[in-house]
Write a protein that binds this ligand. Structure first.
Ligand SMILES: [Zn+2]
Length: 425
């Protein structure tokens, strides 16, 4: 048990609360990507006081990047006294819109009953603050540590991370030799280690028809009816098939331990915004559906796509005048870090020491920035570990527990100690 390190974290209990409040007060709502620059600058100034070199890096040309809403990321690095490994803590600074149903001001950083409230408290400004005090405590106790420590605050995770971690990863910020171990303090609960996530295939399917007068539909061809046939086939064949595919990945919640697909939207015919308030007089010649298919380590992307395409091709053969287009919107392969990877065993050691039990190893049903670290950075020693209860993310009255932040900061400090100094308890 490393008493001095744990005491140093405990001494920063007030600091983690204040820091979380300060971060919540930047309304970094995405979309559109509000207040990214002042938030990144604030983090940079804070870390410079802890001896870090900082860099602001704009995700130039990324989706959503404009002069009004620049995608401003902050990367900070502090070199140790001698060569060694680099540990990187990556947090996203963007939050989702506050929505309705709040009983406190979502951007005031209200503290009540041992909790800090606010949009982003749990997802994931509390995690960012916890990692910063963990690093601060570690450096205070071991000013001569070997290797290097990095902390980044990145944008756009909630919208795919293209102007954030993906942009930085393309420039080598998430690759060896610069970085060896990455911890992403997403709110996965303080005693769980998230090893990765399922895969994603988003696609848009369009069925085609022929426009005609609505009183004489037989003169045209209704694209919405063709889409109805697609949905019918999905209900009859595809959903039962997906339901039957179980995974060995420890996905939580358990309902996500198999393949799933959401139909995100269906639009057919003229839309309301095209003819506000007026009825649509025509046989629709186009109907579009967006699907969000989440897949497993046991499935290949080709297999996932061909399940859908084979249904569409069969309808083309069997159904009169059926024509379709399909377009990929997003593809992310599933990823899972090995349980014996260095970053996993280091954080597991911290969880054992602080909570006196084995960690739970989990897989996230949805993706987060680990995808870019793995796919673009080719760095696989990466996990999500942080305070906060996942179910509170994106909800009204989101909060993060103060004890949870301090305890998870202790786990992070012990993990850092193991990775940088090779300390074993
Ligand atoms: Zn998040």
């Amino acid at each position: 048990m490393n008493e001095s390190l744990l005491r140093a974290v405990e001494d920063r209990r007030e600091a983690v609360v204040t820091l979380t409040q300060d971060l919540i007060r930047f309304p970094t709502v995405n979309p559109p990507g509000e207040a990214y620059t002042p938030c990144a600058e604030f983090i940079g100034a804070y870390l410079r006081r802890l001896g870090f070199q900082t860099q602001l890096i704009r995700g130039e040309g990324a989706p959503g990047d404009t002069d009004r809403f620049p995608r401003t990321n902050i990367v900070a690095r502090r070199e140790g006294r001698s060569p060694g490994a680099t540990v990187h803590f990556n947090s996203h600074i963007d939050v989702v819109e506050e929505g309705h149903g709040w009983t406190v001001d979502p951007f005031a950083g209200v503290v009540k009953d041992g909790k800090v409230y606010g949009r982003g408290a749990c997802d994931m400004k509390g995690g960012l603050a916890a990692s910063i005090i963990a690093v601060d405590a570690f450096i205070a106790v071991y000013p001569d540590f070997p290797g290097a420590i990095e902390i980044s605050g990145t944008v756009d995770e909630e919208s795919g991370g293209f102007g954030g971690v993906a942009h930085l990863a393309k420039q080598g910020f998430f690759s060896k030799p610069r970085v060896d171990h990455v911890i992403i303090p997403e709110p996965l609960n303080k005693d769980r280690i998230c090893l990765g996530h399922r895969g994603v295939w988003w696609a848009e399917i369009e069925t085609k028809g022929e426009i005609a007068h609505g009183s004489m539909p037989f003169l045209g061809d209704c694209a919405v009816r063709h889409m109805g046939a697609v949905m019918h086939a999905f209900e009859e064949e595809l959903f039962p098939l997906l339901d039957s595919k179980q995974t060995e990945m420890p996905v939580v919640p358990e309902g996500a331990r198999r393949s799933t697909m959401n139909i995100n939207s269906v639009h057919g015919g003229q839309t309301e915004d095209y003819r506000p308030g007026l009825p649509s007089p025509n046989v629709p010649d186009s109907c579009r559906m967006t699907i969000d298919r989440r897949f497993l380590l046991e499935e290949s992307l080709d297999e996932v796509k061909s399940e859908v395409v084979s249904i569409l091709d069969r309808l083309t053969r069997d159904r009169d005048k059926f024509r379709y287009d399909i377009r990929d919107v997003m593809e992310v392969l599933p990823t899972m870090t090995e349980r014996n990877a260095p970053v996993v065993t280091a954080i597991a050691e911290g969880i054992r020491e602080i909570f006196g039990r084995e960690p739970d190893y989990v897989i996230s049903p949805g993706t987060y920035d680990q995808k870019h670290v793995a796919r673009i950075g080719h760095l696989h020693d990466c996990i999500a570990y942080g305070p906060g209860i996942l179910d509170l993310a994106h909800r009204p009255d989101e909060w993060v527990g103060i004890d949870d932040m301090v305890e998870s900061a202790k786990v992070m400090a012990i993990g850092m100690d193991a990775l940088l100094r090779g300390a074993r308890t």
